[in-house]
Design a protein around this ligand. Structure first.
Ligand code: TRP
Length: 361
């Protein structure tokens, strides 16, 4: 990366962190000033990395009364070249995970697949005219994809950041809870909002807000095998839907190290530190205190403690999950109502957009 680009990325990160803190300080007092937009790809059930990393935060924000849109990015599955034969099934599994985790759809919260909101997808065409090829070439996620994939980059993937801007802007979402790695995407959404307003809303109120990131404070949970990321394809996860026994088995296989005495040392003992942090997320004790308590109990006791803490913490969620699996009609109703509400919002935005673009008939 050139020096200039690096300073620009640093600047964006610093500004995003500042705004994120500011929003966090204000959002509990003024929840209705904000609209949260978040989403997942329907590639399977969720695991504890998703749960501690984002799901719990979504539940918290929605319980504060912040209007919350939870989008299921089914079109993204196509751009990623993932198998599409299970999209419908995976979409329902996601809804089950959301509801089991405490998301309550209704007036304030809606859950919907973005392919079902045609009025929002119509924004894609004007938005594509507001970004240049070099804007997209600079996007690190797109660059990554170009570098690692053996098949040619499809135009859907290439322009995916623009579609993500549609996802955020159609409902005038102004808060997007994300990790730092998603900031370049968000920057494109911010640029599109700004460019649209500058071009089409001269002398009148801007239509789109510039969305801000709400950066997660929870450190990323690593895979149980020590990989940087917990991911189902790496087989290093614990699914929210796993049984107590499956959880125990996965934890038994988790990587630790040679040192029998347990200490919390994230730099030199990342795997042990990761397990301690997961316990800490379940029990609210500090990882240091947990390490001290286990001490010479070693890896065995660390794993037993984790198994117990995690199974205990997830028990209510798992019970609810099993009940929801028996209620397919309820899941369908949640999605239909979510789509209806999202379309209502999208239709309003599309009318405004058509008006300023002089495309009314
Ligand atoms: N790209 C996100 C992912 O890969 C999912 C997503 C789609 C999203 N549209 C979004 C996230 C809009 C936040 C905002 O998981």
């Amino acid at each position: 990366m050139s020096e200039e680009l690096e300073t620009n990325a640093d600047k964006i990160l610093a500004e995003a962190m500042r705004m994120s803190e500011k929003i966090e300080a204000d959002i509990a007092q003024n929840p209705k000033k904000y609209r949260v937009l978040t989403g997942d790809r329907p590639t399977g059930r969720l695991h504890i990395g998703h749960y501690f990393g984002s799901l719990k935060n979504r539940v918290r924000l929605s319980k504060l009364g912040v209007p919350t849109m939870i989008l299921i990015a089914d079109y993204q599955v196509l751009t990623d070249h993932d198998a599409f034969d299970k999209i419908s099934e995976n979409t329902k599994e996601l809804v089950i995970d959301y509801l089991a985790a405490g998301i309550e759809p209704g007036e304030n919260v809606c859950i919907y697949p973005h392919s079902h909101v045609p009025e929002a997808n119509q924004l894609m065409v004007p938005f594509l005219t507001l970004v240049t090829k070099s804007d997209l070439d600079r996007n690190p996620t797109v660059k990554d994809e170009m570098a690692k994939s053996s098949i040619p980059l499809n135009a859907g993937m290439y322009t995916y950041p623009v579609h993500q801007a549609v996802d955020i802007l159609f409902c005038k979402g102004n808060v997007v809870p994300v990790g730092k790695d998603q900031l370049p995407h968000l920057e494109i959404a911010r640029q599109i909002a700004r460019r649209f307003n500058n071009k089409f809303c001269k002398g009148i109120d801007p239509i789109f807000p510039e969305p801000h990131a709400l950066l997660s404070k929870t450190p990323m949970i690593m895979g149980l095998d020590g990989s940087a990321k917990m991911s189902k394809s790496l087989g290093n996860t614990i699914m929210l839907s796993a049984s107590d026994d499956e959880t125990a088995k996965a934890i038994k296989k988790a990587k630790t190290d040679q040192d029998r005495h347990i200490t919390y040392d994230p730099v030199n003992r990342p795997e042990v530190a990761n397990l301690l942090r997961i316990i800490s997320l379940c029990t609210d004790e500090t990882p240091e205190a947990i390490a001290e308590r286990i001490g010479d109990g070693g890896g065995g006791m660390l794993k037993n403690t984790l198994t117990e803490a995690l199974n205990e913490h997830l028990r209510p969620l798992r019970t609810k999950r099993a009940e929801l699996e028996q209620q397919p009609e309820l899941i369908k109703k949640v999605l239909n109502e979510g789509v209806e509400k999202a379309r209502e919002i999208a239709s309003k935005t599309l009318l405004e957009v058509r008006h300023v673009m002089n495309m009314e008939i």
